[in-house]
Design a protein around this ligand. Structure first.
Ligand SMILES: Cc1ncc(COP(=O)(O)O)c(C=O)c1O
Length: 457
């Protein structure tokens, strides 16, 4: 789609508006959070890391009283960045539908929406002719891609995937978890060699269970050697590391705004336009058509074709604002701070008797700020509830929408007593702590102190 109106730089890009000027709603977990977090220290010459909304949320704990919330659940959904909030707020006064109206607000909002598409393209390092389709989230993006596969396509996917990338495919070859990264490449090579016809390799760039980074560049190389394509689930990668579709030679990538500090309901599928332009529209309706008479002429613009109906304009603007804010900060300070906090967390967990971190590969394999673990003999749900109600800490528990992978990591790899904890209902489960912008040393230390207590029993 082309930008229909060129405008001055948006107020949202330069706004100094301070979000949420009301006092914190103490003790009411669903009340609007107030001020932004104090940003982590930056070095001379570096831009400050932007703040997140709601960092001073206070939550009730057992026995009465309120404590500052320690949000260690970023992998599920990250808080809103201050510049994202500002961008959405700035866009609201002229909010209108897009691609439909001649009015000023409609043309301005259309321009903002299409500019958001270009910002997301740049953030992902996509090629100029790649389609950037706004979706609801990664799950939606992968399901859209599944609907666009040429007839007879076989999808090769590892059992380590999140269900969003494991389940949408009509015809899939599932591979067992590889014992080391090189084995992932070897297994993909072997599987792709055995496929006649179109093939797609689907792989995550960063695991939502272990945080481990996958060798996506090597996997892209192998896929292309077999004439196959590769789609990368970047839901957990994009918030933590620079995504470069062109440099990695990926055919498709998908991610979610709500994990990227833009919780306004938009995500993206980015990649080669041909399959998208030829497929049946994802949704049938207005915006996806060129003309409707006795017969329907669908748009051959891959973006319009799959974005029928009024799109989530504010979601797209929010997602683009997050991309801009992270880009403006630069990845060096973000990664340095994350790695410092992650090292503190992992060293602390390793020092607690009875706590076992889940890793697929070597402990020093590169990873993003996500750690899953079990506490021997303690159901994951019980641990998570104790962390929440006793200590004001938010973590995730269960199997993280990656049932085969978590089952493999626990049942196949942990000693019996450790594996026995489970979810508390007899099924296998773990606890996951995940970090991002706004995480502090105090959050990590509070989690570790609480776990020492819980592990002692
Ligand atoms: C690796 C990975 N892929 C896909 C998803 C699905 O994301 P969404 O729920 O935003 O569609 C998640 C969510 O946790 C994830 O961690």
């Amino acid at each position: 789609m082309s930008v229909v109106l060129s405008t001055r730089p948006f107020a949202s890009r330069t706004s100094t508006a301070t979000p949420g000027s009301t006092a914190p709603a103490a003790g009411v977990p669903d009340a609007p959070p107030a001020a932004a977090a104090a940003p982590a220290a930056h070095r001379p010459g570096e831009r400050p890391i932007p703040a997140v909304i709601g960092a001073d949320l206070r939550v009730p704990v057992r026995g009465g009283g309120l404590v500052p919330y320690a949000n260690l659940d970023y992998a599920a959904s990250a808080p809103c960045l201050e510049p994202v909030y500002a961008a959405v707020t700035a866009a609201l006064p002229a909010y209108s539908s897009v691609h439909r109206g001649a009015g000023y607000a409609s043309r301005l909002t259309t321009a903002r929406y299409e500019r958001a598409r270009e910002t997301v393209r740049a953030f992902a390092g996509a090629r100029p002719d790649d389609a950037v389709v706004f979706t609801r989230n990664t799950t939606d993006a992968m399901n859209l891609l599944a609907r666009c596969l040429p007839e007879g396509t076989t999808v090769v996917v590892f059992d380590t995937e999140h269900h969003a990338s494991l389940l949408p495919w009509p015809r899939a070859v599932r591979l067992a978890p590889p014992a080391f990264p090189g084995e992932a490449v070897r297994m993909a090579d072997e599987a792709l060699a055995g496929i006649d016809g179109p093939a797609l390799l689907v792989v995550t760039a960063a695991s939502n269970v272990t945080g481990e980074l996958w060798p996506v560049a090597a996997l892209a190389h192998i896929a292309h050697r077999h004439g196959a394509r590769i789609a990368v689930d970047a839901a957990q990668f994009a918030p933590h590391r620079p995504l470069d579709i062109t440099a990695l030679d990926l055919d498709y990538a998908a991610f979610s705004g709500h994990k990227l500090y833009a919780p306004f309901g938009a995500g993206a599928l980015i990649g080669r336009p041909d399959w998208l332009a030829q497929a049946e529209p994802y949704l049938r309706g207005g915006g996806a058509v060129r003309s409707v008479a006795e017969t329907v002429e669908w748009s051959d613009d891959p973006e319009a074709r799959h974005e029928a109906g009024t799109p989530n304009v504010l979601g797209a603007i929010a997602l683009a604002a997050a991309c801009e804010a992270l880009g403006a900060t630069g990845w060096t300070p973000l990664i340095r701070e994350e790695e410092r906090l992650l090292a503190r967390l992992r060293a602390g967990l390793a020092a607690i008797d009875g706590v076992h971190e889940l890793c697929l590969w070597e402990p020093d394999h590169p990873r993003v700020g996500i750690v899953s673990f079990v506490v021997a003999g303690r159901p994951a749900r019980e641990v998570a509830e104790e962390l929440a109600t006793g200590h004001g800490i938010g973590v995730r528990d269960g199997r993280f929408c990656a049932h085969p992978f978590v089952r493999h990591l626990i049942a196949a790899r942990l000693p019996g007593a450790a594996a026995a904890g489970g979810c508390g209902d007899g099924s296998i489960g773990a606890v996951r702590a995940s970090i991002g912008i706004g995480t502090t040393d105090e959050h990590i230390d509070r989690l570790l102190a609480a776990l020492r207590e819980i592990a002692r029993g």
